[in-house]
Design a protein around this ligand. Structure first.
Ligand code: ADP
Length: 365
């Protein structure tokens, strides 16, 4: 969600970066049998793809075109994210472990009263790590990760969207444990007045809610820790107030992902600078942490990237001939000069809106 994207981001249609990995990282297959499926790229079919296709054949009543499209464009492939990759956000991590990761890894312990939630909402300003958290949850819980942005569901797949939603849930169940991650969920579950509710969007929204309820009923019907249907809808939004009230209530847990605190900014900066030649003293570092009050994680990343260009910019044309080991290290002055153009993407007023919503509707802990 949000702007200033710098890192890897699961959107519809990510192309695999690295080689085949199991579960969250199969490589896009080649048997897309409808016209909208990506045409063959040179990536070879992996064992995971073969297994996935076999599995799809076994799902009763599934629309195979939609299933292949999901396999190619929605099952997340590519770099895995681990908890350590995410700076700070300790409270959110703890809460996600308890709500999702442990129940997925130990379903026998989490039944009956301990039945895990089937929906969790991550909300907060853009660029604060919501997507990264969702990806880490998938990695750490060994789940298949289905990632879709709600706006692409309602635009790109329009016409096919309902079928796609149905197939998405069918597949998530077949590939359980699974996480269905819906970015920009507000655009799928908007209040009626917001978009005058287009007939097509209304149908997609209904289909999504129906499928999601079925999941909740299926979960409630089991009492023996049967782990066949561990599926969670994890959603993210920068506009939590845009979500329909009835839909909002279905997210039993609503986790606020705030702007990073001082310590988190420090940890993030440390991480960003860890592979870079720099001359920042401890005092510079502290000053920088102060100067970035109000910055989101992605603002910090953008700032560090821009500052890293400083030593090259100061060379001018000499850049082309200077040996690598003679490039000067980054210094505080590079950051100070980048701070003139890289500004926080959330205003004070914007932030207050999130805090007010969190106080009203957020889950604590
Ligand atoms: P959101 O989904 O909240 O809009 P993302 O998870 O997509 O934000 O984060 C955008 C980018 O910002 C990430 O790819 C990463 O580079 C950086 N980022 C944001 N928050 C953090 C964090 N807590 N730790 C490390 N990187 C972060």
């Amino acid at each position: 969600t949000g702007t200033n994207k710098t890192g890897p981001k699961p959107k519809v249609g990510p192309k695999p970066k690295a080689g085949p990995k199991p579960k969250t990282a199969g490589t896009a297959g080649s048997a897309g049998s409808n016209s909208t499926a990506k045409t063959e790229e040179s990536t070879p079919e992996t064992e995971w793809d073969k297994m996935a296709k076999e599995k799809i054949k076994g799902i009763r009543g599934i629309d195979e075109n939609a299933a292949n499209q999901i396999l190619n464009e929605i099952v997340l492939k590519g770099d895995e994210v681990h908890w350590e990759d995410i700076a700070g956000l300790e409270q959110a991590k703890t809460s996600l472990k308890e709500a999702v990761v442990y129940p997925f890894l130990r379903p026998d312990l989490f039944s009956g009263l301990r039945e895990p939630a089937r929906g969790m909402l991550l909300f907060g300003p853009p660029g604060t790590g919501k997507t990264m958290l969702a990806r880490a949850v998938a990695t750490e819980s060994n789940s298949t990760f289905f990632a879709i942005s709600a706006s692409s569901l309602t635009s790109k797949f329009l016409g096919e969207s309902e079928k796609l939603v149905r197939a998405l849930f069918q597949m998530a169940r077949a590939f359980a444990p699974s996480i269905i991650f819906v970015d920009e969920i507000d655009s799928l579950l908007a209040t009626r007045s917001e978009n005058g509710e287009h007939e097509a969007s209304r149908r997609i929204k209904n289909e999504f809610l129906v499928q999601w309820s079925d999941l909740q009923h299926a979960a409630a019907g089991r009492d023996n820790g049967d782990d066949l249907e561990r599926v969670l809808v994890l959603a993210a939004t920068n506009l939590p107030w845009g979500i329909d009230e009835a839909a909002r209530r279905r997210f039993v847990r609503r986790q606020y992902i705030p702007l990073p605190e001082r310590e988190t900014r420090a940890a993030h900066l440390q991480k960003l600078l860890s592979n870079q030649k720099h001359a920042l003293t401890e005092a510079d570092f502290q000053k920088l942490v102060d100067l970035t009050d109000g910055f989101s994680g992605s603002d910090m990343t953008a700032l560090a990237k821009d500052a890293a260009m400083g030593p090259l910019r100061s060379l001018g044309e000499a850049l082309l001939t200077t040996p690598r080991d003679q490039i000067r290290p980054m210094g505080i002055e590079d950051f100070v000069s980048s701070l003139r153009t890289i500004r926080p993407s959330v205003s004070k007023e914007g932030l207050k809106a999130f805090e007010d919503w969190a106080a009203l509707y957020g889950s604590s802990g």
